[in-house]
Design a protein around this ligand. Structure first.
Ligand SMILES: C[S@@+](CC[C@H](N)C(=O)[O-])C[C@H]1O[C@@H](n2cnc3c(N)ncnc32)[C@H](O)[C@@H]1O
Length: 222
């Protein structure tokens, strides 16, 4: 495990939320059009999350409608009301099956357990020093035998790497040029699988033909 987001990362994490709040309207234009995206869709279809599903960092509802094809209900958590407003529009026809929770995932405690937990492009935004605590929260959210699926990427541009390759802090700019720092951990499939197994998870992480990866599994003890 490496990276450098130290214990004084509150400001950085607040800036990360500010970035996503500000970028919400531009977000869908900036999505990565790289090989492997269709493999993520296939992974979700295979996962076919049934029952009550928790979606962490739902954003503008990129994946929420697809989850609703399989799930009875989706609880969609995000810290950005702007993102959640966009997500609500995308699931307008199924709103009675979606509960939106506006919360910071580094402090939020789930009030119930779920059959499945899904995370789209979120794991890479969790700094290493919060990684174990975050997965403890996932543990508390999952019923015994419940399953997890995440999809993500390790894509960072040269321009974003304001502190160099070794740092997990990057800088992104809004269309108008306003800079915001964020966390982007460039996980490898093997490295992530290993770290999760240390924490008691049995999750297989699969690279794709592009910069994306996806992981699925559950607790080692289940
Ligand atoms: C890369 S986007 C992913 C959105 C969506 N899941 C997708 O795949 O397109 C990351 C999301 O995390 C949310 N986020 C950032 N920091 C957060 C935090 N501390 N707690 C909850 N959500 C947060 C942002 O508002 C944003 O919607």
């Amino acid at each position: 495990m490496n990276g450098d987001a130290g214990s004084g990362d509150q400001e950085l994490l607040a800036e990360q939320i500010d970035y996503y709040r500000a970028v919400a309207d531009e977000y869908l234009d900036g999505q990565l059009d790289e090989p492997g995206g269709d493999e993520l869709v296939a992974a979700i279809e295979e996962f076919a999350p049934a029952g009550d599903v928790l979606e962490l960092a739902c954003g503008p509802g990129t994946w929420t409608p697809r989850l609703l094809r399989h799930a009875d209900t989706v609880t969609a958590v995000d810290a950005s009301p702007e993102m959640q407003a966009l997500a609500a529009q995308r699931v307008a026809a199924d709103l009675e099956r979606v509960r939106f929770v506006l919360a910071d995932l580094f402090t939020w405690r789930p009030d119930r357990r779920y059959d499945g937990v899904f995370m789209g492009f979120w794991i890479s935004h969790v700094p290493w020093n919060r990684f174990a605590d975050f997965w403890d929260r996932v543990d508390h959210a999952l019923r015994p035998g419940g399953r997890v699926l995440f999809v993500d990427d390790a894509y960072r541009t040269e321009e974003e790497l304001i502190e160099g390759q070794a740092s997990t802090t990057i800088q992104r700019r809004l269309r108008d040029g306003t800079p915001h720092r964020a966390v982007k951990v460039p996980h490898t499939a093997e490295g992530l699988e290993r770290e999760l197994s240390v924490l008691g998870w049995n999750i297989r992480v699969h690279p794709t033909s592009g910069p994306f990866y996806w992981g699925t599994g559950g607790r080692s003890s289940d």
